[in-house]
Unconditional design. Structure first.
Length: 525
């Protein structure tokens, strides 16, 4: 058999080949023929179950695409393409099996399926292939090419597990030459189908169908999981403030709550029925849909509290679901204090430009001034804070009202260092399960988890350790030859460590990042 590391599927095929040789030597043992027939039945049963799961998945996805087209329409289109490619090959294989069994009176009598005539006559003519053999190879090649084209879609690049599926497609549906037990190269079709008993060839075709169905199932699940992960990403949320009333008096206890609200297109309502202080609001005039928001455009009215009530209607499982709206806002008169807020959070960080907004309601921007160590004005109400040493910084703001009166305020912010980055391989942190081949080509990076600033951290080198072997110092972001050599000597299940990751902050190389945590990879093969 072929040397090197073999997939479980190839090992099974090689085992079948050895069994077939033994069958020939034993003049086609009837018990062995029956055993392969029973194996074929089991694979057929598993294929039927997988088909049902795939059908249920597609039906559920169709409902989601109808309810939330912005989020699931594109996934549905990709899923339909995968289903089309898979069904074409599956149908073709089923037709071959049906033709092969056309003259078999009892499909369960496997002992009579010991002749290779059907597929020999269909595929081969001397050392060349008949039209049937050429078509068979073309179908397998077309499936592999089309499926790899789908998997190469840039939208799927960041979906976890897609690269493993791509590798499985290349391996399971390869038609490259095989190496026989004598070490000679043999054409793929001859190696697998020439001279084999009918029941063995049928079992192989059933196994290819199983690979098609399981590949389809895995791709569909990964695509949906990737879309749901993107939809649940915190980049699609904004913070909202809930409170029992819209205004508080000095000395009261503020009982508000900070919550997250979805703002992406996937949460757009189908329609809305809203009122402001009892007056019905009209779509297009008083409000519009922007992403997942209902954007209001109404007069603030007289000073005091105003109520917005009604319902938002969403699609869910093919039905319309209503969400109650019961909110209020307050209209206030002339301001008497400044408003100072950090655009990102209630702290500012060393090493980055912290955006700050400074304004005083009712006073033009050119009449408002703000000052603090490290504070620079950009334009209008926008400032940038570059804090220096110390634990806090105080921003002072003052403005001149139309009547000449001056109002002002101060706000203290805590100063923090950038948190310690986390080492990552292929974007995954902590303990990562990965195939050896995937690790060889993966990029080592460093990320700031749950950090509000999008910073570019450049990795310049790291240490690579395989258990029982010397530590390898690597320059750059990928394994070098020495590290790859150590990796090849590791065993399945070994934990490989990437530590002492060196990195700099792009645009501010003088800032010293905190120690980057390591990443551990558990080898899956």
């Amino acid at each position: 058999m072929a040397g090197g590391k073999l997939s479980p599927r190839q090992k099974m095929i090689n085992l079948m080949y050895l069994v077939f040789i033994a069958m020939l030597a034993l003049n086609m043992s009837k018990e062995v023929l029956s055993a392969f027939g029973l194996l074929n039945e089991k694979i057929e049963d598993a294929n039927a179950a997988t088909t049902q799961r795939n059908q249920a998945f597609m039906e559920g996805l169709a409902v989601k695409a109808a309810d939330e087209p912005a989020q699931y329409a594109e996934v549905k289109a990709k899923a339909d393409k995968v289903a089309q490619i898979s069904n074409e090959l599956d149908t073709y294989l089923a037709s071959l099996k049906e033709a092969a069994m056309a003259k078999i009176e009892d499909p369960s009598d496997y002992e009579v399926m010991d002749k290779p005539d059907f597929f020999n006559n269909l595929f081969f003519t001397g050392d060349k292939y008949k039209e049937g053999g050429q078509e068979f190879i073309a179908k397998i090649d077309a499936y592999r090419t089309q499926m790899l084209d789908v998997l190469s879609d840039p939208a799927l690049e960041k979906v976890a597990g897609i690269d493993e599926i791509e590798a499985a497609v290349k391996n399971n549906f390869s038609t490259a030459e095989e190496t026989n037990r004598d070490g000679k190269k043999v054409k793929w079709l001859n190696y697998h189908y020439e001279g084999f008993p009918l029941v063995a060839s049928l079992t192989k075709l059933t196994q290819i169908q199983a690979d098609v169905k399981s590949t389809k199932s895995e791709i569909l699940q990964k695509m949906l999981a990737g879309q749901q992960a993107a939809a649940l990403s915190f980049s699609n949320y904004s913070t909202l403030l809930e409170s029992s009333k819209s205004a508080y008096y000095s000395g009261e206890t503020f009982d508000g709550s900070i919550v997250l609200g979805r703002t992406d297109e996937s949460t757009k309502p189908k329609r809305a029925e809203l009122t402001l202080d009892g007056r019905k609001l009209e779509e297009g005039k008083d409000y519009t849909f922007e992403g997942g928001k209902v954007k209001l455009s109404v007069g603030a009215g007289a000073p005091g509290d105003h109520k917005i009530e009604g319902f938002l209607y969403y699609g869910e499982d093919g039905k319309e679901t209503e969400v109650k709206v019961d909110r209020s806002f307050a209209t206030i008169s002339k301001p008497n204090s400044a408003v100072i807020a950090a655009d990102k959070m209630n702290v500012v960080y060393r090493g980055v430009d912290n955006p700050i907004t400074v304004s005083i309601p009712g006073i033009p921007d050119n009449k408002v001034n703000a000052s603090a160590p490290g504070l620079f004005k950009v334009s209008g109400t926008k400032y940038v804070m570059r804090p220096g040493s110390g634990r806090t910084v105080t921003i002072s703001a003052n403005g001149t009202m139309p009547d000449g009166q001056t109002v002002g305020s101060k706000q203290e912010f805590r100063i923090k260092d950038i948190p310690a980055p986390v080492g990552a391989v292929r974007g995954e942190t902590g303990i990562v399960r990965m195939a050896r081949g995937g690790l060889e080509i993966s990029t080592v990076s460093a990320v700031l988890q749950d950090f509000d600033f999008d910073l570019n951290i450049r990795v310049t080198g790291f240490s690579f350790k395989v258990s029982g072997q010397p530590t390898v110092k690597v320059r750059g972001t990928k394994l070098d030859a020495a590290a790859k050599g150590a990796l090849r000597r590791a065993k399945r299940g070994d934990a490989v460590q990437i530590f002492d990751i060196n990195a700099t902050l792009a645009g501010n190389s003088s800032y010293k990042l905190k120690k980057i945590s390591p990443v551990i990879i558990e080898l899956t093969n």
